[in-house]
Design a protein around this ligand. Structure first.
Ligand code: PEP
Ligand code: MG
Length: 576
């Protein structure tokens, strides 16, 4: 009999493979007095040797899968394992105190790390403290014979089972081997969930108890379509899910046929479907998806993929690649949105009580104008190579928007005066993610070319429910009549001033929300590339002329999300 775990369906698809639990083993040990210190020194030398072999293997994988920059950190680790000063101090402690190898290794590592951490004027040395701790953890794991899990070492099909998964863990996943992701924490719009969709890896998040229920090596069926995982499935369940996986593949093949078709409803109304990306590496999937443009390039991933602020040239190349590869189709690039769950360790941002309500996105850009101006220059230069729009994230007030626009205009004027070629008409937009911006939409609409509604944040701020916290995910309600009313207000306000409205939050690809948004007159739907064709298929079956009434009824006649859902389901059953 299998064990069933339920969570939040975060990325479509079904994966079946052995569980790879990404949980650190217990590395605690007792301090012991030994009679043969030399035997401890030898034991430690063996553990160091195995550590070196392992690190070399991880480094080679990182080099092949992620590139030289990401592999560099392992050189620092290798140097640390063989550091003669370190080894000498550990061996001296073993001899002087007749203690076990584990104790000496940990003591000396603690001293080294404390010394490095005390160098507050040298960020580079401070970061090395983390390397000392990482390496010691690895050496201890070999001394204690309790292996550490490592995503870079995965070389057979697995379902990754983890308590949490940061965006940088997700970036390490090799989609050839990782057949599914099952996480205790998180919500559908947490950034690791969004990345799993970009990578087309089925995922279930917010399961709360996956890591405490599933053992490493157990067979797991991961159903990302329904938010369910089964550990140790029986023959009957395996057969059933293999069939469901085959059906899903067949359905995807049918959607594929719509790749080069326009997005029109059954009664001939046109809509624009675009895709969201993190870096130019996501472009091939966008080109394959049949998207008509890029509605959101999350530029902060360029900053997160690096161990220092990316130069103007690096950014220019990335932005140029996006507009060029999209070949005349519109590309909207959002300025850096660091903060919240997207950390940038090398910027050493202050630790805050409420990161999602704190120093984030445009708030950082307006304060750190050196960083903002560099990014704007790279963007303005890239605008000469295609159809580029720039948008500002997390705008809350008109003053912020005006200041951002002034800085943009200053940089543009400087570039034009210096004879640099720039695009003829760079569209400027802002994200509507903060309730205040939504409520005040009439005023904002007069000052931008377009809005892009970021529902991932707008929902969390409207309901005061952290988008990544599974305990409050019941409050995260995209179909609530009040939220739909707020979105409708934004769309209508924008249209009153001739401003177009896109949506780039995950709600734009949500198959229940799509008919409602069509009914409200949303101009552009931008989503994970994997949702584009399924959304085009849905739109093709809907009679757009009936959807205005549907949206009005959802906003005015319903009181709960469930009522709205039922209304949409009824309409879909009659039309699709
Ligand atoms: C959003 O908030 O909806 C959005 C698209 O931005 P992000 O998910 O990167 O916060
Ligand atoms: Mg956002």
């Amino acid at each position: 009999m299998s064990t069933k775990i339920t969570g939040i369906a975060a990325s479509d698809g079904i994966g079946i493979a052995k569980a790879y639990t990404l949980v650190d083993p217990d590395l605690s040990f007792e301090k012991k007095t030994v009679t043969d210190p030399q035997a401890e020194i030898d034991r430690l030398a063996t553990a160091r040797q195995v550590t070196v072999t392992e690190l070399e293997e991880i480094k080679a994988k990182a080099l092949a899968n992620l590139g030289p920059k990401e592999a560099e950190v392992f050189d620092a680790h290798l140097a640390m394992v063989n550091d003669p000063d370190f080894i000498q101090q550990v061996e001296a402690e073993i001899k002087q105190q007749s203690c076990n190898a584990e104790t000496a290794q940990q003591d000396v590592a603690d001293q080294f790390a404390a010394t490095l951490e005390a160098m507050t004027d040298n960020a580079y040395m401070q970061e090395r403290a983390a390397d000392v701790r990482d390496v010691t953890k690895r050496v201890l794991s070999h001394l204690l014979n309790r292996p550490l899990p490592d995503l870079a070492l995965v070389d057979s099909p697995v379902v990754v089972v983890s308590h949490d998964l940061t965006p940088s863990d997700t970036a390490q996943l090799d989609r050839h081997f990782v057949k599914g992701i099952l996480v205790d924490l998180g919500g559908r719009t947490s950034h690791s969930a969004i990345m799993s969709r970009t990578l087309e890896i089925p995922a279930v998040v917010g399961s709360e108890k996956a890591t405490t229920t599933i053992q490493d090596g157990q067979t797991v069926i991961l159903d990302g379509l329904h938010g369910v995982a089964l550990a140790d499935p029986d023959e009957h369940e395996l057969t059933d899910y293999k069939k469901q996986a085959a059906d899903f593949a067949e359905q995807k093949a049918l959607w594929e046929q719509l790749k080069d078709q326009p997005t029109v409803s059954k009664d001939g109304q046109s809509f624009m479907l675009a895709a969201n990306i993190g870096t130019p590496a996501d472009l091939p999937a966008v080109l394959k998806s049949g998207a008509e443009g890029i509605g959101l390039f999350r530029s902060e991933f360029l900053y997160m993929d690096s161990d220092q602020l990316p130069s103007e040239e690096t950014q220019f190349k990335a932005y140029k690649a996006a507009v060029e590869q999209m070949d005349g189709k519109p590309v909207v690039i959002r300025t850096m949105d660091i903060g919240g769950d997207k950390d940038l360790p090398y910027m050493q941002l202050p630790k805050e009580m409420n990161p999602f309500l704190g120093y984030r996105a445009i708030r950082i850009s307006l304060k750190r104008q050196d960083i903002f101006r560099t990014q704007l220059r790279a963007l303005i230069r890239a605008s000469a190579f295609g159809d580029l729009g720039i948008m500002f994230p997390m705008i809350a007030t008109l003053e912020e928007l005006r200041q951002a626009k002034t800085i943009f205009n200053e940089e543009k004027t400087k570039l034009v005066e210096a004879g640099v070629k720039v695009g003829e008409k760079i569209k400027l937009g802002m994200m509507i993610e903060i309730p205040n911006a939504a409520i005040f939409a009439d005023h904002f609409a007069k000052e931008v070319d377009f809005f892009s509604i970021g529902t991932n944040d707008l929902i969390q701020y409207t309901f005061a429910a952290d988008r990544g916290n599974e305990r409050v995910s019941y409050l995260y309600q995209p179909y609530h009549p009040s939220l739909l009313g707020l979105i409708n207000h934004v769309i209508k306000a924008a249209h009153r001033h001739g401003t177009s409205v896109a949506m780039c939050g995950e709600m734009a690809g949500d198959q229940t929300a799509v008919p409602l948004l069509m009914g409200m007159g949303l101009d552009e739907f931008s989503m994970s590339a994997t949702s584009v064709l399924k959304t085009r298929n849905l739109m093709k079956h809907l009679d757009a002329s009936t959807l205005t009434d549907l949206a009005e009824s959802a906003i005015n006649d319903c009181e709960t999300s469930d009522q709205v859902k039922a209304l949409v389901e009824k309409l879909k059953t009659s039309q699709v």
